[in-house]
Design a protein around this ligand. Structure first.
Ligand SMILES: Cc1ncc(COP(=O)(O)O)c(C=O)c1O
Length: 428
């Protein structure tokens, strides 16, 4: 089904803006953060207007309503990704979810879920230390790299990584030696935010599970753009951010297999996550509450649930098909421009809608500035994936990323804008 993009765009008032001297805004930076439809804004506002209270705290009516709104949002998000509500942990964003896992793993070495642990308990099995390995890839966003580097520093475990191929995919040629009995965690992107590459997660997960490793998937760029059924991904833990999928900032999701979440010690501690507190020590609630200390972000969770409604109404398969068509058009248009190199696969096979490129003799920041003058918003820099840029032999790149509200005309405008930048900088 083709999307009614005009009707969709009408739900996003910001897209009607004229910018930089009257140019229509062309927003090609949804990989960084997506715009929000009025339905999401209304849901968040309605919560504040009518129900605002601290969830899981008050005994009064508003407290009850806030708790219902928060827990209904959890169930809605679970349905969106094919999970059970009890497996959904709300976090602040994807970055916090990655840190939650990494800190929980290192806390497993020192304190179990109930505040102490015996050898052989599930929490003890989570712990990593010298001789153990954590395996990542060279194409990770820093959010799925730095927390693992830090985990290794804290515990003495060793960080290892898959390299990348020249077209920006995970290089699996050494999978046989990289995944071994020493591997305890494999943390991998579900879709690259730079090259758009979609790694073969089920294949990697199978190899990881064969040696008893835990598989963590960074789904920040996949869940917003494709239908994802978490239980079919092969991951044991998977996380994403609400703000990249039409929801407000300040809300993210960690999904985990129930038995694994149950074995994980908390990361952030304090109110709302405890079972019994005595002055000398505390015990903790089961997941997901164990991981949600403090007054939760209820309005943001409500907004995320409304975003799931919106995306499901459009149909995630339709969203994916629309973006694939835009990506194909962009790849074709950029291939036609001399002096432009795409950093990533050149077809839409196992590839999402992030199209990063470099223009000969034009610095990405300069390209971004020319495009911005034309009203075209793109991302420039290393996109929080510095090791990947190094591996591909470049300092930085310009990235266009698409979503359900983008049009083929906007892709063509990007290509025209690149030509304008070339004329401008090549004229000297
Ligand atoms: C692949 C990937 N992982 C993780 C993140 C981190 O997301 P957030 O900044 O919302 O925590 C991003 C953000 O760009 C991303 O693209």
């Amino acid at each position: 089904m083709t999307l009614d993009v005009a009707a969709i765009r009408a739900d996003f008032p910001v897209l009607a803006r004229k910018v930089r001297g009257g140019n229509p805004l062309i927003y090609l930076d949804s990989g960084a953060t997506a715009h929000k439809p009025v339905q999401v804004l209304d849901a968040e506002r309605d919560f504040y207007l009518r129900h605002n209270a601290a969830a899981h705290r008050g005994t009064h009516l508003l407290g009850e309503e806030a708790t219902d709104a928060y827990e209904s949002a959890r169930a809605r998000i679970a349905a969106f990704i094919g999970a059970d509500a009890g497996e959904i942990v709300f976090t602040r964003n994807a970055t916090e979810a990655a840190n939650l896992i990494a800190y929980s793993v290192s806390n497993a070495a020192t304190c179990g879920p109930a505040g102490g642990q015996a050898a052989g308990t599930p929490a003890a099995r989570l712990a990593v230390g010298p001789g153990d390995e954590v395996l990542v890839t060279e194409l990770e966003h820093h959010a799925n790299l730095v927390p693992w580097q830090q985990l290794c520093q804290r515990t003495g475990a060793t960080l290892r990584w898959f390299g990348v191929t020249s077209d920006g995919r995970v290089d699996l040629s050494e999978i046989g030696s990289l995944i071994s009995d020493r591997t305890k965690i494999v943390a991998i992107s579900h879709q690259s935010n730079v090259t758009g590459a979609i790694p073969p997660l089920p294949q990697i997960a199978q190899a990881a599970h064969a040696v008893g490793a835990i598989v963590v998937a960074d789904a920040a760029q996949s869940v917003p753009h494709h239908p994802v059924r978490v239980k079919e991904t092969g991951a044991d833990l998977l996380y994403f951010s609400g703000h990249k999928m039409l929801a407000p900032t300040g809300i993210g999701v960690l999904w985990g297999r129930r038995e694994l979440l149950e074995a994980m010690p908390p990361f952030i501690t304090g109110g709302s996550m405890i079972e019994v507190v005595r002055i000398e020590g505390s015990t903790f609630l089961p997941p997901p509450q164990r991981f949600e200390a403090g007054v939760p972000a209820v309005a943001q969770a409500v907004g995320l649930a409304a975003a799931c409604d919106y995306l499901d109404d459009v149909g995630m398969a339709n969203v994916a098909a629309h973006e694939e068509a835009l990506t194909a058009r962009a790849l074709e248009a950029l291939a036609d421009i001399q002096g432009v190199r795409v950093l990533g696969p050149l077809t839409t096979q196992d590839r999402g809608g992030a199209v990063s490129f470099i223009i000969d003799e034009v610095h990405p920041h300069d390209a971004g500035q020319v495009l911005d003058e034309l009203g075209i918003a793109v991302r420039t820099g290393h996109h929080c994936a510095w090791p990947l840029h190094r591996a591909l032999g470049v300092q930085a790149s310009t990235r266009a990323s698409f979503y359900l509200y983008n049009t083929p005309d906007e892709v063509d405008a990007l290509a025209d804008g690149i030509r304008t930048a070339q004329k401008f900088f090549w004229a000297d």
